[in-house]
Design a protein around this ligand. Structure first.
Ligand code: DGL
Length: 276
C-alpha cells in the first residue's frame, strides 16, 4: 500500500512546533512536513502571493499522496485556507481535506479568559487579514480582541536569534504596545507557529498571571478529535508511524535550524514546487 501521510505545511520552520505535538499525540500516522523556506516569511506578503504559494504547496502535498493537510501556519490559514477549501478542493476528483490552526485556537478561548479581553500577537498578514476577529465573533461574540502585528519576531526566530538581546527588545516593544492599548487582557494568543520559541522572552515581558495560548497541543487535540469524527478521512491516512521532511531551501540549512525547533534530529530533502 502506498503511504498516505498527513501533510503538515508551514512557510518555514514554525510548523515543526505543531508537528511535534501531532507525533506525540498521534504517533501511529505517517507525516510529511513541507517548509517553504525559500520563500519565507509569508507574514509580510500580499494576499495574492500567500494564496498562490500555499496552493502550490497544497498541490504538491496532494501529489505526494496526502489526503489530509494541516496548514501549520497562521498566515496561510488566515489568508489562504478559505479560498483553498471553497475554490480548489471541490475541483479535485478524490476525497481530501485541508485544515488550519485558527479554529482550534479560538475554540480554547472560552475556558481561558476571565476578563473577556484577549490579546493576539501574529504576523502582519495574520493581523491584517482580520481572520481571528471573524472566528472569535462567531464563537464568542462577547470577547474583546486587541491585536498586535510583530513583523520582526519571525525573522529573529528564523535566524536563531530568539534568545538574543535583540529579541528581548522587540518582544518588549510589541507587548508594551498591546498591554497599553488594553490593560485588561488576561489571555494572549501566540498566533504564529514560530512564537513558541520566544516564550521565555514573552513571559519575561508580560504581566504576571497572563494565560499564554500556545497552539501545538490545542491543534493536536483538535486533529485527534477531527479524525474520530471523520472516519471516512481517517481511513485514508496511512499508519506507519513515519515522518519525512521536505524544504524548498538548501538541505544543510534546514537540518541545522530544525534542531532548534524540534527535539528530534531531522533529515530533509529539497524539493521544487511547480508554479501555478
Ligand atoms: N509560521 C507562520 C505563522 O504561523 C508565519 C511565518 C511567516 O511569516 O512566514 O504565521
Amino acid at each position: 500500500m502506498n503511504a498516505k501521510p498527513i501533510g503538515v505545511f508551514d512557510s518555514g520552520y514554525g510548523g515543526l512546533t505543531i508537528l511535534e505535538e501531532f507525533r506525540r499525540k498521534l504517533p501511529q500516522y505517517d507525516y510529511l512536513y513541507l517548509g517553504d523556506n525559500a520563500r519565507t516569511p509569508y507574514g509580510s506578503r500580499s494576499f495574492e502571493l500567500v494564496n498562490q504559494f500555499t496552493l502550490e504547496a497544497v498541490r504538491y502535498l496532494f501529489g505526494q499522496g496526502c489526503r489530509l493537510i494541516i496548514l501549520a501556519c497562521n498566515t496561510a490559514s488566515a489568508k489562504a485556507l478559505r479560498n483553498i477549501q471553497q475554490q480548489y478542493l471541490p475541483s479535485l476528483e478524490y476525497n481530501c481535506r485541508v485544515l488550519g490552526v485558527l479554529r482550534p485556537t479560538v475554540e480554547a478561548l472560552g475556558s481561558l479568559t476571565k476578563s473577556g479581553h484577549v490579546g493576539l500577537v501574529g504576523t502582519q498578514g495574520t493581523v491584517q487579514s482580520g481572520s481571528y476577529p471573524i472566528e472569535i465573533q462567531k464563537l464568542f461574540p462577547d470577547i474583546h480582541l486587541e491585536s498586535e502585528a510583530c513583523p520582526m519576531w519571525v525573522p529573529l526566530v528564523e535566524n536563531g536569534e530568539h534568545e538574543s538581546p535583540g529579541a528581548s527588545y522587540f518582544v518588549k516593544q510589541h507587548l508594551d504596545r498591546l498591554f497599553q492599548r488594553d490593560p485588561l487582557i488576561d489571555t494572549l494568543i501566540l498566533g504564529c507557529t514560530h512564537y513558541p520559541l520566544l516564550i521565555n522572552q514573552i513571559r519575561k515581558h508580560s504581566p504576571p498571571g497572563l494565560q499564554i495560548v500556545v497552539q501545538g497541543k490545542l491543534v493536536a487535540e483538535s486533529l485527534s478529535d477531527y479524525l474520530q469524527r471523520h472516519p471516512e478521512i481517517e481511513e485514508l491516512c496511512s499508519k506507519g508511524g513515519s515522518c519525512r521532511y521536505l524544504t524548498t531551501e538548501a538541505e544543510e540549512k534546514f537540518e541545522e535550524m530544525a534542531s532548534v525547533f524540534s527535539h528530534t534530529s531531522i533529515r530533509v530533502e529539497q524539493v521544487h514546487l511547480n508554479p501555478l
